[in-house]
Ligand binder design. Structure first.
Ligand code: PEP
Ligand code: MN
Length: 338
């Protein structure tokens, strides 16, 4: 249920409604828009039949939210959400935020070398996994806290923000300390305990779409995070599994437009995991920018042959730099900056 307030509703009237909603055992979420405030009401909506809220001063109308996701929905908030990530940057505004770096953090020297190069090319966030979700238990599993320390060092050297993956609720304190953006990987999109834990944080969360998940399921997972109180959620399309085998996954470009229609949350595209092939990354990145994405997540490695993970889809730093040049033109054509 959403309560739409009149444009001239006073603070006192708003607080009164919030108190009443709480007394009914429901959870109110206030969203202050440019023109008017709306209050999302989560909980057993039947209660509102006994206590109609239309009668309260300041209320214009009360409407049901028909989708199963509520706080995430465009009905709840008309304006695009801008998620502040640090360094005065936000995801969801005019500027497309580029997150780039290796798949895995491998060693300090290499990470700093990559960080310098992606920064020079125009990236503002360094990516790199310290905890790696690998299909095989025999594959490199990540450096753990040591990897996080290298990320911190790279941040100190370059000023780049850090996005890195959380796989286990027990590592949340570490991620709070080292990450500017906490990534929830595709394989954990429906790890509901993990979603609840990051929901209790204030950190921006990059929630990747599961490879076999519908957009509705992605938005329901985001709802878990928002319903715990963390509205700083960035969604990520990273390719889904289809019958096509040439690419690692299939990049669902329509997800960008669909998410924009269904939700106020920003959407980032990861063309690296979606294609699995570095030679396809540039075209898919341009398509993502043209489609209206708010950010990019791109794997970059100076020696892909030797990469501990995902070498085949990693761009050489020089290819990343020339892609960033090309993207400026595409971004400009759709009224964005990169
Ligand atoms: C990653 O970003 O390195 C990663 C493992 O991505 P995904 O969860 O999308 O497979
Ligand atoms: Mn990877």
């Amino acid at each position: 249920m959403i309560i739409v307030l009149r444009p001239d509703a006073t603070e006192k009237q708003i607080n009164h409604i919030i108190e009443r909603v709480k007394k009914l055992g429901l959870k109110p979420w206030v969203s202050k828009g440019v023109e008017r405030t709306i209050i999302g009401v989560i909980g057993e909506e039947d209660t509102l039949r006994i206590q109609p809220l239309e009668v309260f001063p300041g209320v214009e109308k009360v409407m049901p939210i028909l989708t199963p996701y509520k706080l995430v929905s465009r009905n709840f908030k008309k304006e695009d959400s801008h998620i502040e990530i640090g360094n005065g940057l936000s995801v969801g505004g005019e500027r497309i935020i580029t997150m780039a770096g290796p798949c895995s953090v491998e060693n300090e020297k290499l990470l700093i070398e990559i960080a310098r190069k992606v920064k020079q090319a125009g990236a503002t966030v360094l990516r790199g996994g310290a905890f790696k979700p690998r299909s095989s238990p025999y594959s490199f599993q990540g450096l753990g806290e040591k990897g996080l320390k290298y990320l911190a060092k790279a941040k100190k050297e370059t000023g780049l923000l850090i996005v890195t993956e959380l796989m286990d609720t027990r590592d949340m304190a570490l991620l709070e300390k080292y990450a500017d953006i906490i990534q929830i990987g595709a394989r954990n999109m429906q790890n509901f305990n993990l979603l609840k834990v990051v929901g209790q944080s204030k950190k921006p969360i990059l929630l990747k779409r599961g490879m076999a998940s519908t957009l509705k399921e992605l938005l329901m997972s985001a709802e878990y995070i928002l319903s715990e109180g963390n509205f700083n959620v960035i969604l990520c399309e990273r390719g889904i599994r289809t019958f096509e085998e040439y690419t690692r996954f299939t990049l669902d470009i329509s997800a960008v437009a669909a998410i924009k229609a269904l939700s106020h949350l920003p959407v980032v595209v990861d063309p690296s995991h979606a294609t699995g092939k570095w030679g396809l990354v540039a075209s898919c990145t341009k398509a993502a920018v043209a489609a209206g994405c708010d950010g990019l997540l791109i794997e970059v490695h100076p020696n892909p042959e030797e990469a501990f993970s995902d070498g085949a889809q990693s761009l050489l730093p020089e290819n990343f730099a020339s892609l960033m040049q090309d993207l400026r033109k595409v971004a400009e054509a759709v009224g964005r900056k990169i």
